[in-house]
Design a binder for this molecule. Sequence first.
Ligand code: NAD
Ligand code: MLT
Length: 313
Amino acid sequence: MPKYRVLVSDPISEQGLQALLDSPDVEVDIKTDLSPQELIAIIGDYDALLVRSQTKVTAEILQAAKKLRAIGRAGVGVDNIDVPASTRHGVVVINAPDGNTISTCEHTFAMMMAMARKIPQAHMKLKNGTWDRKSFVGVELKNKTIGILGFGRIGSEVAVRAKAFGMSVLAYDPFLTRERAESMGVRMSTVDEIVEGSDFITVHTPLTKDTKHLLSHDQFARMRDGVRILNCARGGIIDEKALVEALANGKVAAAALDVFEEEPPIGNPLVEMDNVVVTPHLGASTEEAQINVAIDVAKELLNILQGLPFRNA
Ligand code: NAD
Ligand code: MLT
């Protein structure tokens, strides 16, 4: 007879969930696309909840979660979970911070190449029957400077690939040391140095009160003319209104965005702009990343339920 019930409320790789599915102690229910009311109605039966980013774990849901001991987030950001309310209810929140680093880094690079060479725009035109070679002159990455704001797991992997493309790398992170910057061959910089001295700027921080609108009107005004901007981290790190203005007046040549202040970005002018490349929050959407994060979070949830030591809380 299973001792613990785990609810999986977002699409998560079943292959990755094997640790939970194989445990005789655990019964796993996979129920996705639940409304908040439907989740409130059943959450009281579960010892653990496993989510990706669609399920919003609000204080109201936690109030109804009388047996809940742990919430696992199959990914990095826990911004869809009310962590202070979880703590008040004695519910541990864990994430899977390592499993999607490479996928998100590679997506950032794919977006940078797509933006630099206008690949989505040229693709659409040719698919629509027009052979147009004049409109899609791009820029090389070699000998350009990329500024990386947030030099954690993903930011530092982006730096490795940028260097392989012959780019100079400026990096800012409050925890970056000179020794680490030197060992990685990047220049430790201030936010201002990155804003003023980069041809490409990419953000890889969490969204916090300190990083909200890290790039806004003032920063865009001080950037190099024709700068290119990337956000594959979180909507809101870049002020979208300021970005629209800077794209419209030509200060920013192009932007590549995987994330938005509101998702999905219904009515968002950035999606309509010709010089903006967009994807629907796909950074972690690879077979490998989804298996990795599910394996990590499933193992840790099992540890918590069985009273064993666990990581990533
Ligand atoms: P990480 O924790 O390894 O790195 C984040 C870094 O940001 C840390 O080194 C931290 O010191 C730094 N930082 C914090 N505040 C800062 C500030 N004010 N200025 C500059 N740096 C600051 O996280 P990660 O795994 O590299 O993920 C980075 C971001 O990417 C997170 O927001 C995460 O949610 C997001 N992400 C998005 C996708 C996607 O699908 N698009 C996938 C994975 C991660
Ligand atoms: C994350 O924070 O890990 C990302 O948003 C990836 C995701 O789960 O889609």
